[in-house]
Design a protein around this ligand. Structure first.
Ligand code: EZ4
Ligand code: CO
Length: 401
């Protein structure tokens, strides 16, 4: 069996997605997500101009060798563009292998380790009372775990809070700018979680995303203040380029910490894992080199009782979601999976076998990863340039968004 051809499909059914399709000479094909929010065409070019020519004629079953070839062969290692491109190839090849075997992908990884994949939903509101209502709606729908984000008095445009009905940070035109105040944020967040626990009790798992905004000592203070509300996790408290910074947070608080949605290799989390500075690793299939690399990260994490909690926002396409659910069903040290529902247009372009029931998702039983792309429909939604926002402090200093 040989790789006959490969193509990159860029489509925007509600938001931008980049998808790689690999076709074999037997006519079997596999697809992989290559979406890098706000920098989509860089990955499309990396694949089209540099990766696809190297794939033609190769044996699609040699997933490991192709992964090593693309990683080591580029000479320039790591980085979000490179690793998203490698992830797309890897995901598409696993899809092909599972289709040829006639098995759902999780069976090739070692079979299922659990009945379903616990997912968490995103609840957000302009103020505490609206956020409380949204959390209540997800509890009604059967979710066991919910992330809560709220507007903050005195700040307009806070991370994670929708202006309209759906939260979608990437917008058309040049990057939007929002104002950030750590002082206002730190005073506010504990009041949100106090209200949530008063209203809904201790049972639902509650999560919160700090989105890289704090310094280590501020993160330590927040973690400590949130301890009575027993969060499932506090996410990305500080930018994690400096892994050692988490030593300080750890010394001060027992609030669990989740980090890694922007990571692209095992090297980004080596210290965090080896020193047990985090509790959940958020690296995702699409941004961390596909199944082949993410399972190395998960295995390293398992040595230290760190569990997975993969990123799953709407900018990770249904293709990533489908493959991630196979991974999650298998991975022994699974923690939780983020899931933000896609809009109906996106779901239509990417028909999928995965489903949600009672707080858990299941990847389905069809051979492969169970997600396809309707190329005719995809062609109706041309690329729509969009950027993620930036954040500035009240005096204008550029901050971490
Ligand atoms: O800001 O995926 O936990 N989820 C997140 C996301 C990220 C976006 C960036 O593209 O932090 O909402
Ligand atoms: Co996040």
């Amino acid at each position: 069996m040989k790789i006959h051809s490969a193509s990159v499909i860029v489509t925007s059914p509600g938001r931008n997605f980049v998808t790689l399709k690999i076709v074999t000479d037997d006519g079997v094909y596999g697809i992989g997500d290559a979406t890098l929010n706000g920098r989509e065409l860089a990955v499309a070019s990396y694949l089209n101009d540099h990766v696809i020519p190297c794939l033609i004629g190769r044996d699609p079953h040699q997933i490991e060798d192709i992964w090593q070839y693309l990683y080591k062969g580029a000479y320039w290692r790591r980085g979000p563009v490179t690793m998203a491109a490698i992830a797309a190839v890897d995901t598409a090849l696993w899809d092909i292998k599972a289709k040829v075997a006639g098995l759902p992908l999780y069976q090739l990884l070692g079979g299922r380790s659990r009945a379903g994949v616990m997912v968490y939903a995103h609840a957000n509101g302009r103020d505490v009372s609206e956020t409380l209502d949204r959390v209540g709606e997800y509890i009604e729908k059967g979710y066991k775990a919910i992330r809560a984000q709220s507007g903050i008095p005195g700040l307009d445009g806070v991370y994670g809070v929708a202006k309209g009905k759906f939260y979608e940070p990437a917008t058309k035109g040049l990057p939007q700018e929002s104002t950030w105040s750590t002082e206002r944020y730190l005073d506010f967040v504990p009041t949100l979680f106090e209200a949530l626990r008063v209203k809904y009790g201790m049972e639902p798992h509650l999560l919160h995303d700090v989105h890289h905004r704090l310094t280590p000592i501020e993160a330590a203070r927040l973690g400590k203040a949130l301890e009575p509300y027993r969060l499932f996790w506090m996410e990305d408290p500080t930018p994690a380029e400096n892994q050692e910074a988490f030593r300080l947070i750890r010394q001060h608080t027992v609030t669990p910490v989740a980090v890694g949605e922007v990571f692209n290799t095992i090297w980004d989390c080596k210290t965090l894992i080896e020193e047990q500075l985090i509790d959940y690793i958020r690296a995702s299939l699409v941004h961390a080199g596909g199944i082949t690399h993410l399972r190395r990260i998960a295995d390293l994490a398992a040595l230290y009782q760190i569990r997975t909690g993969s990123h799953g926002a709407t900018d990770l396409s249904p293709v990533c979601m489908g493959a991630a659910l196979h991974f999650d069903l298998w991975v022994p040290n699974f923690g939780i999976q983020e899931h933000m529902a896609h809009c109906p247009e996106t779901d239509e372009v990417f028909p999928h076998a995965y489903s949600f029931k009672g707080g858990y998702m299941h990847p389905g039983e069809v051979p492969g990863h169970g997600v396809d792309i309707d190329e005719k429909l995809a062609a109706k939604y041309p690329y729509n340039p969009a950027y993620l926002p930036v954040a500035r402090l009240e005096d204008g200093t550029l901050w971490n968004w």
